[in-house]
Design a protein around this ligand. Sequence first.
Ligand SMILES: NC(=O)c1ccc[n+]([C@@H]2O[C@H](COP(=O)([O-])OP(=O)(O)OC[C@H]3O[C@@H](n4cnc5c(N)ncnc54)[C@H](O)[C@@H]3O)[C@@H](O)[C@H]2O)c1
Length: 205
Amino acid sequence: MVEPLNPDLLLPCNVQDEPQVNDMFAAIQDKWGKLDILIHCLAFADKDFLTGDFSMVSRSGFNQALEISAYSLIQLSAGAKPLMVDGGSIVTLTYLGGVRVIPNYNIMGIAKAALEMNVRYLAAEMGPMGIRVNGISAGPIRTLASSAVGGILDMIHHVEEIAPLRRTVTQTEVGNTAAFLCSDLSSGMTGQILYVDSGYCIMGM
Ligand SMILES: NC(=O)c1ccc[n+]([C@@H]2O[C@H](COP(=O)([O-])OP(=O)(O)OC[C@H]3O[C@@H](n4cnc5c(N)ncnc54)[C@H](O)[C@@H]3O)[C@@H](O)[C@H]2O)c1
């Protein structure tokens, strides 16, 4: 059974608010003195740029999507690194739209491409400290964030028709893979992107 979150242990973390992020890491240092796991599970792009022509994205829309969705992994990993004194595991969430053109994913695809390359550079830097960095490329799931992407329901139905497992994945399946990546069962893995997408990515359509 999953324990409910203790609200007293929640720390605010708006990645655009540098002092708040610093305060969060300081609070972790004060209370626990170390960190074992960082799950980077956030993304944002202006809804206006998640539909229509990709080339219509503005400079500010591009910068905002990349800052919140990709730079934040570097920012949070840098904050976590000195706290991961016994090694650690950093996991981020990405999507197939970072390596292939997916209708309407647009600017978020560029952000995910940057995020996936961040995984490799961070893994190379932090491996000698015993810190592993990996990504999970999840199939489409209806959430608040994904609802902003135009045609998300069509994408989900497409996966149900095409993917080898003939269904989409669940949040639990993605969470189970994150648990695997944070455990010693994956101790030999770093810098990888694991696809949890019912096998959709192997198909040619
Ligand atoms: N839902 C999908 O189909 C799907 C598929 C593949 C990957 N992902 C990825 O999974 C991750 C989680 O998304 P989700 O679909 O579970 O949606 P979600 O709406 O549950 O999560 C998005 C989170 O981003 C946070 N966020 C946005 N701006 C932030 C900021 N400035 N600072 C800190 N946090 C901020 C929000 O508070 C929210 O908790 C994202 O990286 C998303 O791209 C989702």
